[in-house]
Ligand binder design. Sequence first.
Ligand code: MLT
Ligand code: MN
Ligand code: ZN
Length: 303
Amino acid sequence: MKIRVLGAGAGGGFPQWNCNCDNCRRLRNGQFNGKARTQSSIAISTDNRNWLLFNTSPDIRAQLEAFPAIQPKEGIRDTGIKAVLLIDSQIDHTTGMLMLREGKPLNVYCTEMVKQDLTSGFPLFNMLKDYCTVNHHPIACDESPFEIPGIDDIRIYAHALKSKAPPYSPHRHDPHDGDNIGVIVEQISTGKKLYYSPGLGEIEPHVLQAMLNVDCLMVDGTFWTDDEMVTRGISQKRARDIGHLPQSGPGGMIEVLNGVPNARKILIHINNTNPILDEDSPERKTLDANGIEVAYDGLEIDL
Ligand code: MLT
Ligand code: MN
Ligand code: ZN
């Protein structure tokens, strides 16, 4: 299967429009060895023509324009996007559906909790009825395998994660299974597997089990430290409070990934404050030394 990173940034992207943090400022001033990143989304295909989108970012227009393999090929209206799978209902993962309103009915795979958010706090599904309509296909979080019509040779398993429903959600402070999911994406004919989990607050046993059983990990790379936004005077919110496991320190993502010997390890959904964006930083060198990659827009993986 081919995996294309459409956007490797967290909410806000990099640089973020109103952010004057060290990373954003230096990138704008041309004093930064590192890449800009749009907001979080990947696409997967087994034939380089029919694509399953994971999340729809507010930056989707630019992401599709930068990616010829997903663009119209025949007829007056066409797209390589055959279906959308939503990992959660966060603004950075769902707003792009508004940009897809010119298309045919959208086949959207998501959990019941995500559907609730997208028909209440952020009623995208209701709004899109008058444009293209949304066909909702429910996802269970019990790792029961399912396939997606139009996406050949791919089987998906989803499980619940401890992360967070979005700030706007009616159940932000009342967590439910299905607010956030991790997915294993398997190519049936080859048995190759990806684990994708851009918002991962806690490594529960079933998460570790999934990590140990795949060939490639694309996991939460939002923050380096738990207090990253606090120390920069941006917010009082700590990484773990908003459902993101930081990379450094005891129990952090580096330690977790070091316990997974056999997979390719890639961090994704990187917040603009994260020092790993700077390719000259000691934090980035620590990742290099641990065999951990940092996703960037346009990265393609052949698995
Ligand atoms: C998150 O994952 O916590 C988000 O990036 C927050 C946001 O979109 O504002
Ligand atoms: Mn996010
Ligand atoms: Zn910034």
